[in-house]
Structures are given as C-alpha cells and as structure tokens.
Design a protein around this ligand. Structure first.
Ligand SMILES: C[S@@+](CC[C@H](N)C(=O)[O-])C[C@H]1O[C@@H](n2cnc3c(N)ncnc32)[C@H](O)[C@@H]1O
Length: 351
C-alpha cells in the first residue's frame, strides 16, 4: 500500500466518523433538550452534579456529557461542562420551538421514512402522510422561516396593499394570523382540508386577536364554496400536496378567485444548487426534503421552477416573479399577478 492510499483510507475514515457524529448529534441534542440537561448546563456543572440536578442515571449522564463534548455540543471548562454556542442558540433563539420541531422531524419523520427507503425503492406501497402528530410537527418546524417569509411576502409587488386575502391550506393559521396582525385593515379567509387542523387555525386567529377579520373554512380548496375577488392568495408550503398534473386546475381556480391586479404567492422549497444555498447547507436539506416528500403516496416532489412559471403564464397570469425567503433562495415565493385589465384568454380562466 502506498503512503497516499493509506492517507486516503484515513481521510475517508475521518469523513465517515463525521457522518456517524452527525447522526448521533441529532439524538444527543434531542435528549439534552427533552430531559432538561442543557437547561441545567446554563451554569457549568460536573457530571455528578448534573446527574443529581436532573435526577438521571449518573454513569449515562457522564457518558452523554463526554460524547456531547466530543461532538461540540458542550464545552469542558474549569468549573465543569457548559453549553457550546449552538446549544445555547437552540435554547434561546426566538425560533427555539420551531428548531426543536425540526430536530424531531429529522429524527422521527425522516428517520422512519429513510429506513423504509430500500422497500420503497423496490416498489412497496408508499405510506400516507398526515397523522395529526406528523402534521403538527411539520407545521411547528416550518415556522422556522415564518418571520422571513412574511417579510419576503411584503416584498412582492401588490401584497402590502392587499385587503382581501385567501390562504389555501392554511394549516394552523399562523401565516394568516401574521398577515392580519401586520395589515390591520386586511380581511382573510383560510381554507383547510383537515378539520382538526382548521380548529387549531381558528384558535390561532383568536389568540392573535384577529378573529374578527379572519374566517377559517374546512374543505378542499378545489371544491369548497369560496367567495371571489381576493387581492392576494397564499399557497404556503403546500404545492407539494398537489400532483403536477393537478397544477393547471389549481392555478385556474386560484386565478378565478383573484380580483384584477391580484397576486398568487406560492411559498415553496426548491432543489436548486447555488453557492449561497450550498454554503448554508440548505441545498442538501431541500434535496433530502424532496426525497422525504416523494416517499408518500399523497405528496409530490418540490417543483421544477421553469415549468412552474410556464404553467402560471399559461393559466393567464400577466407576469410572474420570485422573491427569496431564505438567503440563496432554497425557500422562496414564486408569485404570479393577474392583469389589472384583461381580455382574451386571461379572462376566461374558470374555477
Ligand atoms: C405543510 S401544511 C402548510 C400549512 C401552512 N400553509 C403553513 O405554511 O404553515 C399543508 C396544509 O395544506 C392542507 N391542504 C392540503 N391540500 C389541501 C387542499 N386541497 N385544500 C385545503 N387544504 C389543503 C393540509 O391539510 C395541511 O394542513
């Protein structure tokens, strides 16, 4: 064996070790958050003191602590172990609940599906997505970009003067509530397929004190009784619930519900390589998310952007555009604007 191939082996071994660490990191983080171990480490503690404080098995706490130190989740100091920057961020970030839900989603959602991947690849029936637990977890995790998304939405021409808003697949209602709280003279309707989730959305509107200007209807957007004349229609994080073959009908119906000059804003992840997305790690996350989506019988992959724009233009929208939600655009709004005055095909789109 030459010295170079020996070095190669070591380098690959190192990369593999980092891969195992990344896997373990998710689990050790969840344990630390769930059992209050990190909370207890806001002040430096030795293993015995930590075990006593949280009332857990001392030998396992010591071993967990050493493992956490080796993968940079805690630091060893003179007075004991203390939080590393990442762990402190996970505790103190305003987005802490969403970040914890993301960790849960990776461990429980991705973990379960990716274990089934060999069977799925061989053609086994794909599971249905949408248990209450899964829906809640995904909704909580997707709030990690919500503030940025609402700010991005405001950068889409025409959205800040929208007074009548329809939120398709409004989920737990946080976007609709956020929009109505930001624009005090706007009125909104959310339509949600799942009655339990819709009830949560009503609660969200009440808690945000915007319920007088917001209404939640239970039903399928494609068939529900809904008014027309909206200035803004939102489709946040749910285009993948519609098969590409259904997009034409979906966009036609949205178009028909818009007032002239109205905007359809579609928030979606995209599997687009790009230097910023790569640097942020977001391009790999989106590729993994796309794989996760496709593992379900009722979900579809993230959209092909040129095809999406083309489909929107073919529906009759006068113009389309994009605004990044996450730097690099791994999450973005694709928007389409209905002309102020129109004739010909644009006016002929029907629900
Ligand atoms: C991933 S969640 C996103 C929720 C919310 N828009 C957000 O971004 O937080 C997708 C939601 O769309 C709902 N949904 C899917 N297809 C729908 C349809 N055809 N009509 C109404 N709601 C739908 C699902 O029930 C689910 O609550």
């Amino acid at each position: 064996m030459s010295i170079f191939s020996g070095l190669d082996d070591l380098t690959h071994g190192r990369t593999l070790a980092a891969t195992f660490d990344a896997f373990a990191r998710v689990h050790l983080l969840r344990v630390g958050l769930e059992l209050g171990l990190f909370e207890a480490l806001r002040r430096p503690l030795a293993a015995e003191a930590l075990a006593a404080k949280v009332g857990l098995a001392e030998d396992l706490v010591r071993s967990w602590l050493i493992a956490c130190e080796r993968i940079d989740l805690v630091r060893a100091g003179r007075e004991g172990h203390e939080l590393a920057d990442l762990t402190r961020f996970l505790l103190d970030s305003p987005e802490a609940p969403a970040l914890r839900a993301l960790l849960d989603q990776v461990a429980l959602g991705w973990g379960a599906r990716f274990q089934e991947l060999p069977q799925l690849l061989k053609g086994a029936a794909r599971p249905h997505f949408g248990s209450p637990e899964e829906t809640r977890r995904i909704a909580a995790a997707s709030r990690v970009v919500e503030k940025r998304a609402l700010a991005a939405l405001a950068r889409i021409p025409g959205t800040s003067r929208a007074r009548r808003v329809l939120d398709i697949g409004c989920g737990h209602g946080t976007y609709l509530a956020g929009f109505l709280a930001r624009f005090r003279d706007a009125q909104g309707v959310g339509v949600e397929l799942d009655p339990v989730v819709a009830e949560d959305a009503r609660r969200t509107l009440r808690e945000a004190e915007v319920w007088r200007r917001g209404e939640i209807r239970v039903g399928d957007f494609m068939s529900a009784e809904l008014p027309i004349g909206f200035d803004l229609i939102l489709l946040n994080n749910n285009l993948h619930y519609f098969a590409p073959a259904e997009h034409a009908a979906l966009f036609r119906r949205a178009f028909a519900k818009l007032a002239p000059g109205g905007v359809l804003a579609i928030q979606t992840g995209v599997v687009e390589p790009g230097r910023v997305s790569r640097w942020l790690g977001a391009d790999a996350e989106m590729a993994l998310f796309d794989l996760f989506l496709r593992c379900h019988e009722n979900l579809h992959g993230l959209p092909d952007l040129p095809a999406l724009h083309e489909r929107l233009r073919a529906t009759g929208f006068a113009s389309t555009g994009e605004v990044a939600v996450w730097p690099g655009g791994s999450a973005r709004y694709v928007f389409a604007t209905r002309a102020e005055t129109e004739g010909g095909e644009e006016a002929t789109a029907r629900p």
